[in-house]
Ligand binder design. Structure first.
Ligand code: FE2
Length: 485
């Protein structure tokens, strides 16, 4: 978002042609007949598997000299600038950036559009080593006591090369405050990643804050987890993340656990580079925390931290759900990395152990929607739960449940590992819509009862909605909002 606009859409990765409607319709008919023959009435239970088939092409990372990775000019110029919410309610912002030549200043100069009176906030910097890589000077500075619903300008790099950015604080927390969240997962830094981010930036629905479902840079796919790719990723996302908060979730690609090269501390690059306000929600770890923003209460969970009974995450969540006041924040959103309901033949059942532990609470507290990543495709579930099973009663099939959340897998950011395009067949009844395409989504809260959700595939124009529905709030308007019959 905003003024930098350093992106390119190389011609070599132009949008693949769609199948002609006659070919795709013919294929769909054949597929349906085959499934009917082999599976009988089971096919009637499933939702929709999109007939859009993306042309198979290799997903490759953008080269190091791509313009989106450009180092900003000037001595010790701040780079990889990004912001996130810095407190529980949205009156604070954590500003982070990296300087390369020397530490320089950790001070942020900022002022509001209204007062113009300049203020300073002092941060700190840190560095880390990873095998044969040494990081730049990573600065984190929290700006506090901001006014709600106000545009702020901020400057970093004082004393050397300054760079100026801006952000909007959210409206005060309240039940009917409209607010728009963008949703991206598993982004990486391929040519497809660049398309996803561009589509998000140009989406006319205008996401105001991005919920990121984990798996950021994919640096760990390089020899020795080449942390230079953490730096390029930070520069890649700056054009959005310096201007609107990205709310972070840790994925498996943040683990960077590599004992073979002496790196035994999990999450080292991630925790050095991406700070979150976990203490504000009484969490003891940056991997699980919550924030309120406008009319939403957002709980971030950690798929790769312990969540069994008595663990810190379990204890925290047990105390967290009763704190959610739907009269203050009607929309209860949970984000995590590994999905619980997934019908692709990738990472199948990986979220199952967490589901067993936490799903009864999700139903009891009427979570509106759960966003996950990890599977590199798109999928939306019906409102289902699977909490009746007790080992001996045999009730182990998900059932429709209007107190349950909709589960959305949005791990289709476009990283170098490519698409997950192999699906379980027949489509299970819990799956309402699935498609193996890269894209992003928008959750557009209108008031306490209604939110409009849309998923946008990269092959389409910026305004096109490939999947969409109205969400009815589970607390204020809990009527059936399913789209499959
Ligand atoms: Fe993942």
């Amino acid at each position: 978002m905003g003024g930098v606009g350093l992106f390119s859409l190389p011609s070599s990765s132009s949008s693949p042609p769609r199948l002609s409607s006659s070919v795709s319709l013919c294929g769909a008919v054949v597929a349906v007949v085959l499934v009917l023959i082999s599976n009988g009435p089971a096919v009637c239970d499933g939702g929709k598997t999109s007939t859009f088939v993306r042309k198979v092409e290799k997903t490759i990372d953008m080269p190091l000299d791509s313009d989106v990775f450009r180092v900003p000019p000037g001595y010790n110029a701040p780079q990889q600038v990004h912001i996130t919410q810095g407190d529980l309610v949205g009156k604070a912002v954590i500003v982070s950036w990296v300087t390369a030549q020397e530490p320089g200043s950790s001070v942020v100069l900022y002022w509001s559009n209204n007062s113009k009176q300049k203020k300073v906030a002092k941060g700190k910097f840190q560095t880390y080593k990873f095998y044969n890589y040494t990081s730049g000077y990573i600065h984190h500075c929290t700006i506090r006591n901001l006014e709600f619903n106000t545009k702020y300008y901020y400057v970093v790099g004082l004393g050397h090369t300054i760079r100026k950015f801006w952000f909007m604080t959210p409206p005060a927390v309240g039940p009917d405050v409209p607010y728009t969240f963008g949703l991206i997962g598993d982004l990486g830094q391929s040519f497809d990643s660049n398309k996803t981010l561009t589509h998000y930036e140009r989406n006319p629905r205008k996401g105001q804050t991005l919920l990121f479902m984990g798996d950021l840079s994919y640096a760990d796919n390089y020899p020795n987890h080449d942390n230079v790719r953490w730096d390029t990723w930070g520069r890649f996302i700056e054009r959005s993340a310096a201007y609107q908060p990205w709310i972070w979730t840790a994925g498996n690609h943040e683990l960077d656990f590599a004992p073979q090269i002496g790196e035994t501390k999990p999450f080292k690059p991630y925790t050095n580079r991406y700070h979150v306000p976990y203490k504000a929600s009484n969490s003891t770890s940056p991997f699980w925390y919550s924030i309120k923003r406008a009319s939403a209460y957002i709980i971030v969970l950690a798929s790769y931290s312990a969540y069994g009974k008595y663990t810190p995450q379990y204890k925290w969540l047990e105390e967290e759900f009763p704190k959610v006041n739907r009269t203050e924040t009607p929309w209860l959103i949970v984000i995590m990395h590994s999905p619980w309901y997934n019908s692709y033949n990738y990472h199948y059942m990986e979220g199952e152990t967490m589901r067993v532990m936490f799903e009864p609470w999700f139903v009891q507290y009427k979570v509106d929607v759960v966003f996950a990543g990890h599977v590199h495709a798109y999928e939306r579930s019906e409102r289902v739960s699977n909490i009746a099973y007790n080992i001996v009663n045999g009730q182990c099939t998900p059932v429709n449940d209007q107190s349950a959340p909709v589960y959305i897998t949005i791990g289709d950011g476009g990283n170098l590992e490519g698409l997950a395009n192999n699906m379980t067949e027949p489509q299970p009844s819990y799956s309402a819509y699935r498609e193996a395409s890269f894209g992003h989504a928008i959750f557009d809260i209108k008031n306490r009862t209604h939110a409009y959700y849309s998923w946008h595939r990269n092959q389409d124009g910026y305004a096109v909605e490939a999947d969409s529905l109205w969400f009815y709030n589970r607390y204020w308007h809990p009527v059936d909002d399913s789209t499959s019959v």
